[in-house]
Design a protein around this ligand. Structure first.
Ligand SMILES: C[S@@+](CC[C@H](N)C(=O)[O-])C[C@H]1O[C@@H](n2cnc3c(N)ncnc32)[C@H](O)[C@@H]1O
Length: 246
């Protein structure tokens, strides 16, 4: 990930904690799962994370590989897979410059992962690598949260409580705070995320402090791809785009 604050660490440095917070999200499961099951050839899940989309596909006998930059996410995926008796083929690598041994009928980049390409150059390198790995007639599909005015226009550099969830590992409540700023020229959102764990006596422990950047532009300069469809979901905040390989 390209980040202005790499020293702080990434939210993807702890796959177990990531799963406590987001592993149960249902976003895109039907959409990506349906496409994967109908694919007429191998499928690649880019930014596969802890396997939220990949594992149900694998369980449904889809021939699917995963790629992710962060080893802790892949480690968590491997653990979950072995608990299910599954053996996924996983690659550690950057989506903006990967080379894998086979080509795919479907490449998918679920749940905002593409937005971690924070420059247009990186977006285009990612799309070029995808094109290199698509079989003739193959399909690339991805999604990204669309930054509405309420989001972009929100007060910057304010620490906001984003949510609370009970940690099933400890029974303690977790509080997730985000401090956001937007670089409107680069069209990049910078976030500092803090996760606090609250004890029964109210004592607060800082579990993770991390930062990340996401590119929040509408989408991409598409020179050599044919855009088949762009549609919204999630109350108009997210969009998915599907593109056919040449
Ligand atoms: C929001 S998570 C989505 C995970 C998964 N796709 C899902 O649907 O649950 C974004 C994922 O992108 C991965 N990622 C971030 N930057 C990446 C990069 N440059 N190359 C490959 N993966 C990356 C992260 O490790 C993380 O697993």
């Amino acid at each position: 990930m390209e980040s202005s604050n790499e020293a702080m660490g990434s939210p993807f440095d702890d796959g177990d904690l990531y799963d406590v917070l987001l592993g149960g999200a249902e976003f895109g499961l039907d959409y990506y799962g349906d496409l994967a099951r109908r694919a007429e050839g191998p499928v690649l899940d880019i930014g596969c994370g802890t396997g939220r989309v990949l594992l149900p596909c694998l369980a449904a006998c889809v021939d699917i590989d995963g790629l992710d930059l962060y080893e802790p996410m892949l480690a968590r995926l491997r653990t979950r897979a072995s608990e299910l008796g599954l053996s996924p083929r996983l690659y550690q690598g950057d989506m903006s410059g990967f080379r894998l041994p086979r080509k795919y009928a479907l490449i998918m980049i679920p749940y905002n992962a593409f937005t971690h390409n924070v420059t247009q150059e990186s977006q285009l390198r990612c799309l070029a690598a995808c094109r290199e790995h698509l079989l003739p007639g193959g399909l690339l599909t991805l999604d990204g949260a669309f930054p509405g005015l309420a989001w972009i226009g929100a007060e910057q550099n304010v620490r906001v409580l984003e949510g609370e969830i009970q940690d099933p590992r400890t029974g303690r409540m977790l509080r997730v705070f985000d401090t956001r700023s937007f670089d409107r020229v680069r069209q990049v959102q910078h976030s500092i995320t803090e996760i606090e764990s609250i004890g029964a006596d109210g004592a607060v422990e800082l579990l993770q402090r991390s930062s990340y950047e996401m590119r929040r532009d509408g989408f991409i300069k598409m020179k050599w791809l044919c855009c088949l469809a762009v549609w919204g979901s999630n109350a108009g905040r997210s969009g998915a785009a599907s593109m056919a390989g040449s």
